[in-house]
Write a protein that binds this ligand. Structure first.
Ligand code: TXA
Ligand code: MG
Length: 344
C-alpha cells in the first residue's frame, strides 16, 4: 500500500486534504492525523472491519481497547450509558483537551473490537484544529490509538508516523509537531472517586480542583480486583531500541555513569536538562531548562526516537520532579526503562 502524506496547515489549500481523509474513513480505511497530544491512527468507531485495520497496522494486541474521539459533545450519549455529574464537570472544564473519560458503554453501538470486550469506553474531544475539522466534517466518532507501531514511542510528528507505518496505511494528515507531546490523561469515571489510569497533561491537582478527590496511580492497590486498571498498562511501551536507564539529575551520578560506560567501550546517549551537556555523552538531547517540564514532555518521544537513529548502546534519561506534568513524564519513562535505574 502506498502511504500519502498531505500537509494541512494555514498556508496551503487544505479543503481537498480533508475531503480525501473523510472519504478514506467512509470507505473503511484508517488514516493518521494530529491531535494536541500525539498523532492518532483513526477509523470510524462503528465499523468493525475498519477498526480491525488499526490493530493490524499497529501490531496492537486485540485486548487493548481504543479511545473514541468526538468533534463535539452532542452525540456522546448515543454511545455511553450515562454521564455522571463529575464526568460532566470535567468535560466542561477540560474539553476540548487532553482528558479521556472512561464511561459505561452502551451495548451494541460501537464496533466490539473498539472496547476489546470491556463494558466501558474511553471518550475525548481533542484540542487540535486538524483533528476537530476532520471529526466535524466526518460527523461520526473516530476510534484512534496513538499512530505508532505497538511498543514504540508515540509519534509527535508526521515523520514519526511515516517511519512506523509507511506502506501500512493510505493517508497521513501532517499538521506539524504536536503541542503537548504525551498522550491524554485517562480517568476512570465508572467508579467513585474517579481513578487516574494514565497521567497526562490534565494533572491530578487540576482534576481535584473540579471534582474533589481523585485516586492517582501511586495510591492504587495494584493487585486489588476491585480497582479497574487500564489494559494498556501491562504492555511494554514507549521503548527505543537501545537499553534505557533512569538516573537522577545529579552531576556526580551522571559524570560517573558516562565514565563507566566509556570504560566498557560502549556508547551512551544522555537525555537531560541543558546543564548536563558538559559530560561528554556521545549524544546529548536537551530537555531545556530543568524547571520547564512542558518542554521535556514535548520533546521526550522525539528524543527517544532520535536515539534509534544512532548506534548508541545505552540511553540515560534524567527523571523529572513528580509535580504537574512531571508525573506523566515519569510514568512514560518508567515504562520505557522497564523500571531500570542506572547503577555504575
Ligand atoms: O492522547 C491520546 O490519548 C492519544 C490521542 C491519539 O488521542 N491516544 C492514545 O491512545 O494514546 P492509545 O490507544 O495509545 O492509549 C489508550 C489508553 C490505553 O492504555 C488503553 O488501555 C486505555 O487508554 N483505555 C482505552 N479504553 C479503555 C477502557 N475502556 N478502560 C480502561 N482503559 C482504557
Ligand atoms: Mg499508544
Amino acid at each position: 500500500m502506498k502511504t500519502t502524506t498531505l500537509i494541512v496547515d494555514n498556508n496551503v489549500n487544505t479543503t481537498q486534504a480533508y475531503a480525501q481523509a473523510v472519504e478514506k474513513l467512509l470507505m473503511g480505511e484508517v488514516i493518521a492525523f494530529p491531535t494536541e497530544t500525539v498523532y492518532g491512527l483513526g477509523a470510524i468507531a462503528t465499523n468493525e472491519q475498519a477498526v480491525a485495520k488499526i490493530f493490524e497496522a499497529k501490531g496492537r494486541p486485540s485486548d487493548n481497547p481504543l479511545i473514541i474521539h468526538f468533534g463535539d459533545a452532542h452525540h456522546i450519549l448515543e454511545y455511553v450509558r450515562e454521564i455522571s455529574d463529575k464526568a460532566y464537570k470535567c468535560m466542561n472544564a477540560f474539553w476540548p483537551g487532553p482528558l479521556t473519560l472512561i464511561l459505561h458503554a452502551k451495548p451494541n453501538v460501537l464496533a466490539p473490537n473498539v472496547t476489546a470486550g470491556l463494558h466501558t469506553v474511553g471518550v475525548r474531544i481533542p484540542d487540535h484544529p486538524v483533528a476537530l475539522e476532520l471529526l466535524t466534517m466526518l460527523g461520526q466518532p473516530v476510534a484512534a490509538p496513538s499512530a505508532n507501531r505497538s511498543g514504540k514511542p508515540s509519534p509527535t510528528t508526521a515523520l514519526h508516523v511515516e517511519k512506523d507505518l509507511n506502506g501500512r496505511i493510505p493517508l497521513i494528515l501532517d499538521g506539524g509537531p504536536t503541542g503537548i507531546g504525551l498522550e491524554s490523561t485517562v480517568v476512570d469515571f465508572t467508579i467513585d472517586p474517579p481513578v487516574i489510569l494514565r497521567p497526562g497533561g490534565v494533572t491530578a491537582s487540576m482534576l481535584r480542583q473540579v471534582v474533589g478527590e481523585v485516586i492517582e496511580p501511586d495510591t492504587l492497590i495494584v493487585d486489588s480486583a476491585s480497582v479497574p486498571r487500564s489494559p494498556g498498562m501491562k504492555y511494554a511501551h514507549y521503548a527505543p531500541d537501545a537499553s534505557l536507564y533512569l538516573i537522577q539529575p545529579d552531576h556526580m551520578a551522571i559524570e560517573n555513569a558516562i565514565k563507566s560506560i566509556h570504560t566498557k567501550q560502549q556508547t551512551v546517549s544522555l537525555l537531560a536538562p541543558d546543564e548536563f551537556m558538559q559530560y561528554h555523552a556521545d549524544w546529548f538531547y536537551s530537555f531545556g531548562n530543568q524547571e520547564n517540564l512542558e518542554a521535556s514532555a514535548h520533546d521526550l518521544y522525539a528524543h527517544l526516537r532520535a536515539c534509534d537513529d544512532t548506534p548508541t548502546d545505552i540511553i540515560l534519561v534524567t527523571v523529572p520532579v513528580k509535580v504537574g506534568v512531571g508525573a506523566a513524564i515519569l510514568n512514560r519513562l518508567e515504562k520505557a526503562a522497564d523500571g531500570n535505574w542506572w547503577h555504575s
